[in-house]
Design a protein around this ligand. Structure first.
Ligand SMILES: Nc1ncnc2c1ncn2[C@@H]1O[C@H](COP(=O)(O)OP(=O)(O)OP(=O)(O)O)[C@@H](O)[C@H]1O
Length: 713
């Protein structure tokens, strides 16, 4: 939503359908136990400063540590309008310091402006917020003392809530080049590495430090140069066997995976295997597979396992929730068991044989848990390290022995920079969500990783890339990482949505979204639902709004501290909070049992992100539902690709959407609205040995017309 839209939202008179928060002194969100302490702003407090259209709501809390007056000069240039009953969200919500004005006129829309990205976060903050609550008049951009300690009605979230940040003045003073948690008073460091994610609206570094691979260290993960030390030590996962092997059931459509067409391109691909037995894995591994409840291979596993066992590089694209993690973990573990690794805890310098990277902390943790599960009872030791946690803790994990290192890029580069691991023994480099790992956000870090001293060249190591989406331009970039004879496996359509997800697109204008959301969630009842929004602030806003509507909700996004993120995910996983409002930080990879619904409150800006988001439901043969609010004002660029994704996944395409699609010119979109039945894309040109098979291993009569006319090299 653009700035204008938010302003329109703010001043729109009919948006008072929910109770303005200032009418409630205290609100408990219910199941998640979030308690929101709110104190109505007194008129005298409101008189403290000038009214500001952008930032203030009458109820007196806005997202962020505070509403102070930093850079008030700039703020003062803006039109003066505040809103009533509004609330932002964040670590603490100062309720003082609001001027009179529009909220006297009865606008209770409850919105405040939201920036669309982190750069805007900085901008917005520089327009008039300071440290800890309490808007203050004036133009002292370096306000200090009491002016920074406003926030009389601090909004303190417990888990699932949005609070408990502590101020850090250094960060706030350096907003020209750094990003912090935007307006949310995150005490996390200012640089990108802190969130471990660089999606469209997450963890984007501005200024000269953009894409710095040292971000974790510089940003304070290690506490080297700036900011507070990150002290969070994640609780160790349960050690008992039942917890390690806990899993959910495959769904009714699991067997239908066999009918999906698979294309393997590249030379001399080894044949697919049809059963686990054919993989010839060691007994312990087979036991672990059985304990994990796996009895049958998924298509991506049938093809990838023999390819990896044969020592080939691989780029594999398969639909969300179809078992890509095991597709790379099992053959890697099998190899490590076969070559007989030394128990690594006895080594002085840890030199992992395998490095796995993924774009988010929660995802890498999940991959680690899978690695731990499959390596149970073996001498292979998996370790996970990620940002937002104490660096010393990461190091301690590593020195205890590390064969498989699961890491987010920032923390990985930090550890490498500190010479806590050696890279010489790396045999496997795995990029999960590879398209994300190679895009503008992480690509530079990945390039640095492969050129780190000691890292075996691509000829010497095996590089494996997995994702549900693989844009052609990213495939081209991947060439730098892969041997030229890598194999490309496409299960179904590259970038296609999982067919087990029933997709519904509703035309909903921005002003009706919240009402519609509540209506849907009330119908859904307690079924687990992920609600995706486009920005971090909005995630908190919507979560708070839903809590007000007595819907137990928590939120996850890059401005929340790691402890909070994990708590939120935990509360969602266990059903304590059946609704999780998330930004795209949770769009990829997360495998959460029983997520029955995904709601795109805001559609993402790319169709690939849409595919990943809706893939949080309908996993492993289970069915799920995705409902997306399509606002023609802001989403029409997605109409064409949406029509294609819907029709490829054999979903109903609303006539109105087709109409918009055909009337909208989307530069660069080459998709046929009806799509090909099967159009796997390996961007290399003139490859030979391409075979088209269904997963039972038979040639398909529906041979594709592969879109391979793009030149690769
Ligand atoms: N062969 C199998 N039999 C039963 N369950 C399986 C099998 N393979 C994977 N699973 C389970 O299916 C779920 C989804 O697997 P996974 O998370 O690896 O999917 P993915 O393809 O990586 O999805 P995404 O694209 O969203 O990252 C997990 O719970 C996993 O344990």
């Amino acid at each position: 939503m653009g700035d204008e839209d938010w302003e329109a939202e703010i001043i729109k008179p009919h948006m008072s359908s929910y109770v303005p928060v200032f009418e409630k002194d205290r609100y408990s969100s219910g199941a998640n136990g979030d308690t929101f302490n709110r104190t109505p702003a007194s008129s005298s407090e409101m008189d403290d400063g000038p009214s500001r259209r952008d930032h203030f709501m009458r109820s007196g809390f806005a997202s962020g540590r505070s509403m102070g007056n930093r850079d008030a000069g700039e703020s003062n240039k803006r039109e003066n309008t505040s809103t009533v009953g509004g609330f932002g969200v964040g670590k603490s919500f100062g309720s003082r310091g609001f001027s009179n004005n529009k909220f006297e006129e009865g606008d209770s829309s409850g919105f405040w402006r939201e920036s669309n990205n982190d750069c805007e976060d900085n901008q917005t903050r520089s327009r008039g917020f300071s440290k800890r609550g309490g808007y203050q008049d004036g133009n002292d951009s370096e306000a200090s003392g009491s002016s920074r300690r406003g926030g009389r009605s601090s909004f303190r979230g417990c888990h699932g809530g949005f609070g408990l940040g502590s101020p850090n003045s250094e960060y706030e003073q350096d907003e020209g080049t750094q990003r912090t948690g935007g307006l949310f008073g995150s005490r996390r460091p200012a640089l990108s590495g802190t969130g471990g994610y660089k999606g469209l609206n997450e963890e984007v570094v501005t200024g000269s430090r953009k894409n710095s691979w040292k971000s974790d260290a510089e940003g304070g993960e290690s506490g080297d140069t700036q900011g507070p030390k990150v002290t969070y030590i994640p609780p160790p996962p349960p050690e008992d066997e039942d917890s390690i092997f806990a899993h959910y059931q495959t769904g009714i459509n699991f067997d239908k995976y066999d009918t999906i067409l698979v294309e393997v391109s590249g030379h001399d691909a080894p044949p697919a295997i049809l059963t686990f037995e054919e993989a010839n894995l060691c007994q312990t591994l087979n036991n672990n597979i059985a304990k994990a409840g796996y009895t049958k291979l998924t298509p991506v596993q049938k093809y990838s396992i023999p390819i990896i066992l044969a020592g080939r590089d691989l780029m594999a694209c398969a639909q969300t929730g179809s078992g890509k993690t095991a597709a790379f973990l099992l053959p890697i573990l099998a190899h490590l068991m076969r070559v007989g690794i030394t128990a690594s805890r006895f080594k002085e310098l840890q030199e992992p044989e395998c490095i796995i990277v993924a774009p988010t902390r929660e995802l890498i943790n999940q991959i680690y848990l899978e690695a731990r599960k499959f390596s149970f009872g073996t001498c292979v030791r998996a370790v996970v390290i990620y940002g937002g946690t104490q660096l010393g803790h990461s190091i301690r994990q590593i020195v205890q022995g590390c064969n498989i290192l699961c890491a987010t890029p920032g923390r990985l580069m930090d550890i490498i920079g500190k010479e806590k691991i050696g890279l010489k023994q790396v045999k496997y480099l795995v990029l999960d969500e590879a398209d994300r790992m190679l895009d503008m956000g992480f690509g530079p870090e990945m390039k640095k990783l492969i050129s780190c001293p000691g890292m075996p060249s691509k000829e010497q190591r095996q590089t494996l890339m997995f994702s549900a989406t693989f844009p052609e331009e990213i495939q081209r970039l991947a060439g730098e990482f892969l041997k030229s004879n890598y194999l490309f496996v496409a299960v179904g359509q590259v970038g296609g949505a999982c067919r087990d997800v029933q997709q519904t697109i509703l035309q909903v204008g921005q002003y009706s979204k919240r009402e519609k959301l509540v209506e849907i969630l009330q119908n859904i009842g307690d079924e687990r639902t992920m609600v995706f929004v486009e920005t971090k602030k909005k995630a908190d806003f919507i979560a708070t709004f839903l809590c007000q509507e007595k819907i137990s909700t928590t939120s996850i996004h890059g401005d929340r501290e790691q402890r909070e993120r994990e708590q939120a995910l935990g509360d969602f996983r266990c059903g304590k909070c059946p609704v999780l409002v998330a930004t795209s930080v949770a769009a990829r990879g997360l495998d959460i049992e029983n997520v029955q619904h995904v709601i795109n409150f805001d559609l993402p800006s790319t169709i690939d992100e849409y595919v990943h988001r809706i893939g949080r439901t309908g996993r492993c043969g289970n069915t799920g539902r995705a409902i997306s609010f399509f606002d023609p004002e802001s989403d029409s660029h997605l109409a064409q690709p949406l029509v294609k994704v819907l029709s490829d996944a054999q979903q109903d395409v609303p006539a109105w959407l087709e109409e918009i699609a055909f009337s909208t010119y989307v530069p660069g979109f080459s998709g046929n609205a009806r799509g090909n039945v099967f159009a796997s894309v390996d961007t290399r040109k003139n490859y030979q040995g391409k075979s088209t098979l269904n997963t039972a291993g038979f040639s398909s009569s529906q041979a594709p017309s592969p879109v391979d006319d793009e030149s690769w090299d």
